[in-house]
Design a protein around this ligand. Structure first.
Ligand code: 4NP
Length: 159
């Protein structure tokens, strides 16, 4: 089982979600793989934003090892579930999807908590540190629910 988080720059929201979920899964001892990527190349190869790094560090999570990368069509084959942060990412993936199998893998991350509501995770990039803390607090319970469901369904098996 492989999970991908997608945002715009892959330096704020999706690396945070990746770090939070990986931390939860490692504590549960599962072998589910987690990655993140984005759509804009402005920060390609860069580590996460300082503000994302510091909020994660405050909660005991080190996301400094991540390097921003772009979504590629191969990600549809490589990943089983693809969680987006907002409607722009969802729209892009729906345009890129080659078939129903691709489309079915994609969902808004907050739909795990609020099914069908398509609530966005706000972009903190132009905001202050408090906005990153808010994003963390939005992502954390969503990742908890994802971890719970994955653990229930895929525990101990890489399938
Ligand atoms: P992210 O935030 O999508 O959560 O990583 C952003 C980071 C960079 C930009 C936009 C959003 N940018 O335009 O450079």
């Amino acid at each position: 089982m492989k999970v991908l988080f997608v945002c715009t720059g892959n330096i704020c929201r999706s690396p945070l979600a990746e770090g939070i979920l990986r931390d939860k899964l490692s504590k549960r001892g599962t072998d589910i793989q987690v990655d993140s990527c984005g759509f804009e190349s402005f920060h390609k190869g860069d580590p996460p934003d300082q503000r994302a790094l510091s909020i994660a560090r405050k909660r005991g999570i080190d996301i400094s090892g991540h390097a921003s990368r772009l979504f590629t069509i191969r990600d549809f084959d490589a990943f089983d579930r693809i969680y987006v942060m907002d409607a722009s990412h969802y729209g892009k993936l729906m345009r890129l999807a080659r078939n129903e199998t691709d489309r079915r893998k994609v969902d808004y991350i907050l739909n795990i908590l609020h099914p069908g509501k398509n609530i966005p995770v706000p972009d903190p990039w132009y905001e202050d540190l408090a906005a990153f803390e808010k994003v963390y607090n939005i992502l954390e319970p969503a990742c908890e629910k994802i971890a719970l469901e994955l653990d229930k369904n895929f525990s101990g098996h890489d399938r």
